[in-house]
Ligand binder design. Structure first.
Ligand code: XMP
Length: 523
């Protein structure tokens, strides 16, 4: 979102205290047609906030503790402007502390699914949560509110947070310990919508199509008459990026598909033919598999793998660019989740979880300038944009596949033989998922080859082979996820097939970790 749109829309200011999911607040608001801006808390001074003149202010979560010295705080003006304020997790805690209440370190921390009991009605819970209901939310906190400031009352409580939802109805200050912005808080979207529409009075007139039109105009200005190359992985992100850029600048775009040797079975052929059959965009198919594998020899650290792969991609793109007479720009399908977990999008204080190859792994001396029109979008928004652009469902429905490919699904050193073993297991797993008609119910499913050997017995012989972990998650944006609840028969059938058909694997386990605390990929 850019400032260009602020003039004609109501807007909400989100002050970012560094939560990994701050951007989700923005997208939940966008889904209900509300324009918003995210500012790092420490870049929001009184003058700027007054100039923005928001209809309401949301204080995000964050990794700090208000009990620490130098804990981040909201500028005092936030509570003096006469606009509604909604504090989420850390945002609630700093609001309470700043208004004269007390926060303490909880004896037991709450992460993941939790339940709240609704004690009172409020404008935010109206027509969403009934009084006395028991509602599912998503928690991620160590500290909690222990004493309320004057004027506040309790709307809901949980076992780990006696003040899970609080309100000062007079001043229209609200605070929640849980995260309404993540999809695993059931009805969280409606709670936020009640805040923006009922409490702040926003009309909801901001749409995704205005975002698209603006991006096309922005791309034309940014690129001018220059040439652009676009790294195509076959996934939805890079495909939609390519089609959008093609719509903006036509023949100035050339797509490049790099075969890293880290792709799934048959993927390269599928991607290239799918793209050539559907679009008339020039496409270079570059086989760089030996180079990637060579560069990864002896490397087992996940961050180093990502950086090596990122820089190898750039070398290959540079070479291809020279071959077409020199490109000035490299287009990438970088999405918001890739950005937020590498550095904070807004320059705010979020922690680095992993360097996604198309963000943190880029070399500093790269000659190509970046074009990343999806940088503020989430996967499901990209899918919606793809449909709007008239793209085939085949592209749009594909599970995400990360740039570093199978390398981050082989903890430890990546070798050709491990890649081949993993590919076979992965193919069987996806085949069983397709046969069971479950592909579209799952956000992403894949196999991981563990660097752990265990003893088994096959026929009358002892085996000593690797463990394969299966992962399948449900999600809508990849920022939070839950494991997919396969039935035991499915898991048993798939495990038997993998062990029988893949030499090198003699044990299969299923990963039931949610995100957080896990990430979707293993590295
Ligand atoms: P994590 O593992 O961070 O993944 O929970 C969230 C989503 O992002 C994908 N992913 C990547 N995509 N380059 C990409 O293009 C990367 O380096 C990368 N790492 C993770 C992951 O597959 C999941 O869908």
């Amino acid at each position: 979102m850019t400032k260009a749109q602020t003039s004609s829309h109501d807007h909400i200011l989100i002050l970012d205290f560094g939560s990994q999911v701050t951007q989700l607040i923005a997208r939940r608001l966008r889904e209900s047609g509300v324009y918003c801006e995210i500012w790092p808390f420490n870049q929001a001074d009184e003058t700027r906030i007054k100039m923005l003149n928001p209809r309401g202010i949301i204080l995000s979560g964050g990794p700090s503790s208000v009990l620490d010295d130098d804990a981040p705080a909201a500028p005092e003006i936030v509570f003096k402007m006469g606009v509604p304020v909604f504090g989420i997790c850390y945002g609630q805690q700093t609001m309470v502390q700043q208004l004269g209440g007390r926060v303490e370190s909880a004896r037991s921390r709450e992460f993941g699914r939790a339940y709240v009991d609704v004690l009172e009605d409020s404008e935010i819970t109206a027509n969403v949560w009934e009084k006395n209901a028991h509602e599912q939310v998503w928690m991620s906190h160590g500290d909690h509110v222990a004493c309320l400031p004057d004027g506040f009352e309790v709307i809901a409580k949980s076992d780990g947070a006696p003040y899970a939802f609080i309100a000062d109805k007079e001043r229209q200050f609200y605070g929640v310990q849980f995260h309404p912005e993540v999809v695993h808080t059931l009805h969280g979207r409606e709670l936020l919508k009640n805040f923006t529409h009922n409490v702040c009075g926003c009309s909801g007139d901001w749409t995704m199509s205005s975002f698209r039109a603006e991006q096309i105009a922005k791309l034309r200005t940014q690129i001018g008459k220059s040439k652009v190359i676009c790294g195509l992985s076959g996934g939805v992100d890079s495909s939609v990026t390519a089609v959008l850029i093609h719509e903006a600048i036509g023949e100035q775009l050339t797509c490049i598909y790099v075969d890293t040797g880290l792709m799934r079975a048959g993927e390269s052929g599928q991607v290239v033919s799918l793209f050539r059959d559907n679009y008339n965009i020039p496409l270079i198919h570059e086989d760089a598999s030996e180079r990637f594998l060579h560069a990864l020899t002896g490397i087992d650290d996940p961050e180093r793998k990502r950086k090596i792969i990122g820089s190898m991609f750039i070398d290959v793109f540079d070479e291809c660019s020279k071959r077409i007479g020199g490109a000035d720009f490299l287009a990438q399908g970088t999405l918001y989740p890739d950005v937020i977990e590498s550095v904070s999008f807004t320059g705010g204080p979020s922690e680095t979880i992993k360097s996604h190859h198309n963000v943190g792994g880029l070399p500093e001396d790269m000659e190509l300038k970046l074009v990343e029109p999806m940088r503020e979008l989430f996967k499901d928004e990209v899918r919606a944009l793809g449909r709007e652009l008239g793209m085939p469902e085949d592209f749009i429905r594909r599970h995400p596949f990360p740039g570093p490919g199978l390398a981050i699904r082989i903890p430890g050193e990546v070798t050709q033989s491990k890649i081949e073993i993993l590919r076979k297991a992965d193919t069987i797993y996806l085949d069983e998922i397709q046969k069971a008609g479950l592909y579209d119910e799952i956000w992403q499913a894949f196999a991981v080859l563990l660097p752990v050997k265990t003893v088994g017995v096959m026929g009358d012989c002892r085996t000593y082979d690797n463990v394969c972990a299966l992962r399948a998650v449900t999600a809508t944006d990849g920022m939070t996820a839950d494991y997919f609840p396969f039935d035991h028969e499915f898991l048993g059938r798939t495990a038997t097939r993998i062990i029988n058909e893949v030499h090198g694997i003699n044990r299969v386990v299923y990963d039931i970790t949610s995100k957080p605390p896990g990430t979707i990929e293993w590295e």
